[in-house]
Design a protein around this ligand. Sequence first.
Ligand code: SAH
Length: 229
Amino acid sequence: MEDERKAMVAVLRRYKIQDEHVLEAMGKVRRHVYIPESIRGRADPYGDHPCPIGYGQTISQPFIVAYMTQRIEVKPGMRVLEIGTGSGYQAAILAELGAEVYSIEIVPELAEHARKALTAEGYTKVKLRTGDGYKGWPEHAPFDAIIVTCAPDKIPEALVKQLKDGGRMILPVGTGVQQLVVLEKTGETFKQIPDMYVRFVPMVKGKDADDAGSTTTNRNSKNKDESGK
Ligand code: SAH
């Protein structure tokens, strides 16, 4: 699989991904293990396309993962909130870059799969929550960066509130046609920078029953180390 990862990184370079830290993380994280075993054989996990992960969801194409990660300029120690844990792959990339990762997933089975995969891969400090991402994670706000990997029809206000002064959020916005938007917050004002057109699964509206959420900290892995993974 290492050769497949090298080939994937070569494709990312052709797409003009230039951040060497992002390229290194993409070369290191074992993308195939985040695809549930029952569907792993169906699509090349390292191919230049999204991959199914069950429950009608997908991991984004490697280029989109790398691009969104590059745009939020992740630095070690940054507190990053992800909405839409899915397989856990994007969370692993963020953790590999040294971020303190908080990730919320609305489908409990996917959250459970992601928790297991992240723990098995040694990303023991990633904090996961099953619940509705529209509300963010106020207990751990403010965040240096927020990355949303499902598409709301408009920018969720609660997430903007939970962004730090000087923080940055990237998200796909729209129904049908979606556009990536980078939002940069300065004090109480923010700038919206429209970016490329994309296709993500919709961000679904949670029921009130999801409000409480359930929080899991990955603490059981033997592979703990100090680098935040
Ligand atoms: N980042 C993921 C891919 C996410 S696919 C990865 O690396 O694998 C989008 C995910 O967003 C799906 O798992 C979907 O269930 C989740 N989602 C949709 N609406 C949501 C919401 N309101 N809150 C949290 N997660 C949501």
